[in-house]
Design a protein around this ligand. Structure first.
Ligand SMILES: NC(=O)c1ccc[n+]([C@@H]2O[C@H](COP(=O)([O-])OP(=O)(O)OC[C@H]3O[C@@H](n4cnc5c(N)ncnc54)[C@H](O)[C@@H]3O)[C@@H](O)[C@H]2O)c1
Ligand SMILES: [Fe+2]
Length: 399
C-alpha cells in the first residue's frame, strides 16, 4: 500500500515533467531518397569528419557502403566504428569514443537499429561531457550539448531516432542503464525503407512488436496526452496493417515505409509518456538470458495487457477501434478483450512464441524483483504490480 502510494506520487511528478519536456522533433527525411537527403543536409552543416557508429551486421549487409557512397557524393569525410553489439555495453561506447575522437570526428551518424543509435547517442554526449561515462546515467545528467547527432534507423522498432533515451548495459552485470536527456535526441533522421528490405523476418517481427509495445504502453500510461495519443494511434493502425506484410514480403516498400513511420511515431509518443511492465520484463529477460529486446516485449505484451485489463479496459477498447479489431455491437469490455486477442493473433502470425525457451523457474523471483524495482518509481502504469503478481505472470511464460 505504501509502495503504491509512493508510486502514485512518482506518477504525479512524471506528469509534471512530461508537460515541460521540450517538444523538439528531429528534422526527418522520409522515403526512398531519404539517405541521400540526410547526407546533403549534413554536408550543409559544414561537418568536417563524420563518425559513423554501426555494427558488423550492417557492414555485411552492404548498408554502410551505401551510406558512405552517399556521403562521398556530397563531399563529407567519414570514419567508421563498427564495434556495436546487440544490447550495447559501456565498453563499446568507450571503444567507439576513443576510435572516433582519435580520427577527429566533429559529428556522429548512427546507422543501424536501436543498439548503434543508442551507442551513438552516448558517444556524442561523452565527447563533449568529460569525465566517466557513468556520470551521464540517469535523468538530465548531460550537462553540455552533445556533438551534432544524426540517425539512420535500419530496423523499425525502437524509435530511438525520436527518443530522449539511450540504453546501455553494464558489461559485468548486463543490467540496463538508462540515460534520459533531451540533449541526446538526434537533430536529424532519415527513415529510408530501402535500408530495411534485407532485415530478416524474425528481426522484422521482434522489432515491429517493440514498436507496437511502445505505442500501447504509451496509450496506457497515466501521462498520456492528446498529442502522444495521436502519434500512438498512427503507429498502432500502421503496425496492424503493415507488420504482417513486412514480415512475409521483406521487399514490400510500402509496408517497410509504413513500419518505419510507425516506429518513429511510437518513439515520439513513448519518450513523452514512458513505457511500462512489458519493457521492465523485456529488460530483465535481456539481462538474464540475452533475450533480444523486441522478442522480450513481444512475449510479455499479452500477459501484461491481461493483467492490466481491469484498470484499462476503455483505453484498450479505444485501441481496438483504432486498429480495426472492434466489431459493431461489442461492449467496451468485449472490445478491450478483442484487442488483447488481436495482439496475440498478430504476434502468432509473425512467428512470435508465447513462452520463452530459456526461462528457468528458479530465476522467477529474481527476475520479478528486478521488474517491480524498475517499474516502481519510473513507470506510470494503469495497474500496479507486486512481486507475487509478477512471479505469477512470469510463470505463464515458462516453456
Ligand atoms: N533508446 C530508445 O529509446 C530505445 C527504445 C527501445 C529499445 N532500445 C534499445 O535498442 C536495442 C535494440 O535495438 P534493435 O531491436 O533495433 O536491434 P539491434 O540494433 O540490436 O539490431 C539487431 C540485429 O539486426 C541487424 N540489423 C539491423 N538492421 C538491419 C538491416 N536493415 N538488415 C540486416 N540486418 C540488420 C543488426 O546487425 C543486429 O545484428 C536494445 O539495446 C534496446 O534496449 C532503445
Ligand atoms: Fe522498446
Amino acid at each position: 500500500m505504501l509502495k503504491e502510494f509512493a508510486h502514485n506520487r512518482a506518477v504525479g511528478l512524471g506528469k509534471a515533467v512530461t508537460k515541460f519536456l521540450p517538444d523538439r522533433v528531429p528534422v526527418t527525411f522520409v522515403g526512398r531518397g531519404a539517405t541521400g537527403e540526410l547526407c546533403e543536409a549534413i554536408a550543409a552543416t559544414g561537418t568536417e569528419r563524420l563518425g559513423i557508429v554501426t555494427d558488423e551486421g550492417l557492414i555485411a549487409a552492404g548498408i554502410v557502403d551505401r551510406v558512405e557512397a552517399a556521403l562521398d557524393r556530397v563531399g563529407v569525410s567519414w570514419s567508421v566504428f563498427s564495434g556495436v553489439q546487440p544490447d550495447p555495453t559501456l565498453t563499446q561506447v568507450e571503444e567507439g569514443l576513443a576510435q572516433l575522437m582519435a580520427k577527429g570526428c566533429d559529428a556522429i551518424l548512427a546507422v543501424g537499429g536501436g543498439s548503434p543509435i543508442d551507442t551513438a547517442k552516448v558517444i556524442a554526449a561523452a565527447a563533449t561531457n568529460p569525465g566517466p561515462i557513468q556520470k551521464l546515467e540517469g535523468t538530465l545528467k548531460v550537462k553540455q550539448p552533445t556533438l551534432p547527432l544524426y540517425a539512420l534507423p535500419t530496423t523499425a522498432g525502437t524509435g530511438s531516432e525520436a527518443t530522449l533515451a539511450a540504453v546501455v548495459s553494464d558489461p559485468q552485470t548486463h543490467q540496463k542503464k538508462f540515460i534520459l536527456d533531451p540533449k541526446i535526441l538526434p537533430s536529424m533522421a532519415a527513415l529510408d525503407p530501402t535500408l530495411m528490405i534485407g532485415l530478416p523476418p524474425h528481426i522484422t517481427a521482434a522489432t515491429g512488436m517493440d514498436a507496437l509495445t511502445h505505442a500501447v504502453e504509451s496509450v496506457l500510461a497515466r501521462t498520456t496526452t492528446a498529442q502522444t495519443e495521436a502519434w500512438a494511434r498512427m503507429a498502432i493502425r500502421a503496425i496492424f496493417s503493415s507488420l504482417p506484410r513486412a514480415f512475409a514480403q521483406g521487399d514490400d516498400m510500402v509496408a517497410r515505409k509504413s513500419m518505419a513511420l510507425a516506429s518513429f511515431y511510437a518513439g515520439l509518443a513513448f519518450t513523452r509518456t514512458s513505457v511500462g511492465y512489458v519493457h521492465a520484463i523485456a529488460h530483465s529477460l535481456g539481462a538474464f538470458y540475452g533475450t533480444p529486446h523486441g522478442l522480450g516485449n513481444a512475449i510479455a505484451l499479452v500477459p501484461v495487457l491481461e493483467f492490466s485489463l481491469e484498470a484499462a479496459a476503455p483505453r484498450m477498447a479505444m485501441m481496438a477501434r483504432w486498429s480495426g479489431i472492434a466489431r459493431e455491437g461489442m461492449s467496451e469490455r468485449e472490445q478491450a478483450e478483442a484487442f488483447i486477442a488481436g495482439v496475440g493473433e498478430l504476434s502468432g502470425s509473425i512467428g512470435i512464441p508465447s513462452t520463452l525457451d530459456r526461462l528457468q523457474a528458479d530465476d522467477l523471483p529474481a527476475i520479478a524483483k528486478q521488474v517491480v524495482a524498475e517499474a516502481h518509481m519510473n513507470y506510470p502504469v494503469p495497474r500496479y504490480m507486486v512481486q507475487g503478481d509478477c512471479e505469477c505472470l512470469l510463470k505463464g511464460l515458462l516453456p
